[in-house]
Design a protein. Structure first.
Length: 250
């Protein structure tokens, strides 16, 4: 077992035990897909119950809350949302997710302190732990060559509706390797390699079985390729193939 995996499992168990002993809610940092997968492997060893949330529905990077059984107070996730907008829109560049992340990391911020970064029509929403929100607002004043203004948004009730591109496809089966190959336009052998190397996730859980059967509503994340949702099957072709629809996260 890799050293990082061992460390994370011990960390999750320790946070859960601390929650029960002190009767308080404890939190992880933001976890990526691989770390969330390790958490799910550890969940049966926890002393407490738990919830997972990333600041909005369907967030990719999420934080685990470890909740003691005898909890007697109302709690909230220590997540803040900061919106960055160009200070002078007329002279603003077309910024990318990579531009934003690179700027934030150059400020000395660890990746686990940052959640998702959303490129919105009215600015850029950055999810972060509350411990660094003031620092970000004070020091992130420029992204690439664009001066930006920071504004803290109410974390409670933040609503985000992803932009999807809907597509139709035809499959021989609902196996993961078949669906991944069709969606990513890859040879099936390449799709199987991606799965076996641990780069395919269904609903934040790493799946390494090529014959895993996908279900309606499953969210498929493929490293270096993108994020997709299996929408529905739409009957059969005359040759017995499965017609289906899926969404591509834009």
């Amino acid at each position: 077992m890799e050293q990082e995996t061992v460390y994370l499992k011990k960390r999750f168990i320790d946070l859960s035990r601390r929650a029960e002993v002190k009767n308080i809610v404890t939190f992880s940092n933001f976890l990526n897909l691989n770390e969330l997968n390790i958490f799910h492997q550890t969940s049966k060893e926890l002393s407490s119950s738990f919830e997972i949330f990333g600041g909005y529905d369907c967030a990719e990077r999420q934080m685990v809350a470890f909740i003691p059984d005898a909890l007697s107070y109302v709690w909230e996730y220590p997540i803040q949302v900061i919106r960055f907008t160009p200070s002078h829109p007329k002279f603003a560049e077309a910024l990318t997710h990579r531009d934003v992340l690179g700027t934030l990391m150059s400020l000395g911020i660890k990746r686990e302190m940052l959640g998702d970064i959303l490129m919105l029509a009215d600015g850029i929403a950055v999810f972060c732990t509350e411990t660094i929100s003031s620092y970000l607002m004070e020091h992130c004043v420029k992204i690439r060559h664009t001066n930006v203004t920071a504004q803290q948004l109410p974390a409670a009730g933040f609503s985000y509706h992803p932009v999807f591109l809907e597509k139709d496809g035809i499959l021989s089966s609902l196996r993961l390797d078949t669906i991944l190959a069709d969606i990513c336009k890859l040879p099936r052998s390449r799709a199987q390699k991606i799965i076996s190397e641990g780069n395919a996730f269904i609903n934040s859980k790493k799946i390494q079985q090529n014959d895993y059967l996908c279900q309606k509503g499953d969210i498929l994340s493929v490293r270096h390729y993108g994020k997709y949702q299996i929408e529905t099957t739409k009957g059969m072709t005359k040759k017995g193939k499965i017609k289906y629809r899926y969404k591509v996260y834009c």
